[in-house]
Unconditional design. Structure first.
Length: 289
């Protein structure tokens, strides 16, 4: 029996104080439940709050109102699920090698940090090198961040997010800086990781093909103030491949998502934003039809 790993209940987030007329209402009464081991993609217009939801779940932001529960505990509780993060811009420590940057979570996160000194040149270094090889960076472990291209740094950032075997993987446009061929290769890599390890994954992306290729569910958000308008099941069989992404049913799903997002660009009125959302949850093939 599956259990919920993430629960957002009636979450509102405002940047700035409520009495400030220039304060930005980023999220309005947002509900989202993600089961353990699920793979969910968030899509929607730019500025709709996709990354805000991810940061709330990651404990990087606190909600203005409502509840954010991860692994049965309030966000910010150190006993919640082990989390891996990869954001749009990879942030590497320039004085460390790529290998040492990738291993950084092992130096910080329990239960690895107590073993770090003993294993950093052995087991942990081997784990880092295996991940780097899997994303096409074999032989680059000794390089410094300034010696790698932006796309290569994004791949190293993904390795860093995976090194400590997270229960929850939060990805904010991790492949956005990569060329199309490399991106598709990493889709296959990430899919295989998910099938092997079954971490819970929340992916923020603007690439609708990426969302349909990788996710089990795709949540479409409204324009700011953001909230989830539609929760769509993606039931294409796994493993998925690039050839499959050109099949009629896949193309129909992507087009349906594109049209829904075009509709979602319309600003939400204050009255609508104040009302609770009721997203639908239907199989992708029915929706595409």
């Amino acid at each position: 029996m599956t259990r919920s790993l993430i629960e957002l209940s009636d979450v509102t987030l405002r940047y700035g104080s409520s009495d400030n007329p220039e304060a930005t209402l980023a999220l309005a009464r947002t509900d989202l439940v993600i089961d353990e081991g699920d793979f969910v993609a968030l899509v929607g217009p730019s500025g709709c709050g996709k990354s805000t939801i991810l940061k709330l779940i990651g404990g990087l932001l606190a909600p203005s109102s409502g509840g954010v529960i991860v692994n049965g505990r309030e966000v910010g509780d150190p006993r919640r699920a082990r989390i891996g993060l990869a954001f749009q811009n990879p942030t590497m420590l320039p004085w460390l090698t790529i290998r040492d940057n990738v291993m950084m979570p092992l130096k910080i996160v329990e239960p690895f940090r107590h073993e770090y000194r003993a294993k950093k040149k052995g087991e942990f270094a081997e784990r880092a090198e295996a991940l780097l090889a899997a994303v096409g960076l074999k032989g680059f472990g000794n390089k410094r961040p300034w010696q790698l291209s932006g796309g290569m740094l994004q791949r190293a950032s993904l390795c860093r997010a995976l090194i400590h075997e997270p229960q929850l993987l939060l990805l904010d446009e991790p492949f956005g800086a990569l060329d199309q061929f490399t991106r598709e290769e990493l889709w296959a890599t990430l899919q295989q990781l998910w099938m092997d390890k079954r971490p819970t994954v929340l992916l923020v992306t603007h690439d609708l093909r990426e969302a349909a290729y990788l996710a089990n569910r795709i949540c479409v958000m409204s324009a700011r103030p953001g909230r989830i308008l539609e929760d769509r099941v993606v039931d294409f069989p796994r493993p998925r491949n690039v050839e499959m992404s050109y099949a009629p049913a896949f193309s129909e799903l992507v087009q349906a998502l594109r049209m829904r997002i075009a509709e979602a660009r319309a600003p939400v009125s204050p009255a609508v934003a104040a009302a609770p959302a009721t997203p639908t949850l239907e199989p992708a093939e029915q929706e595409a039809a």
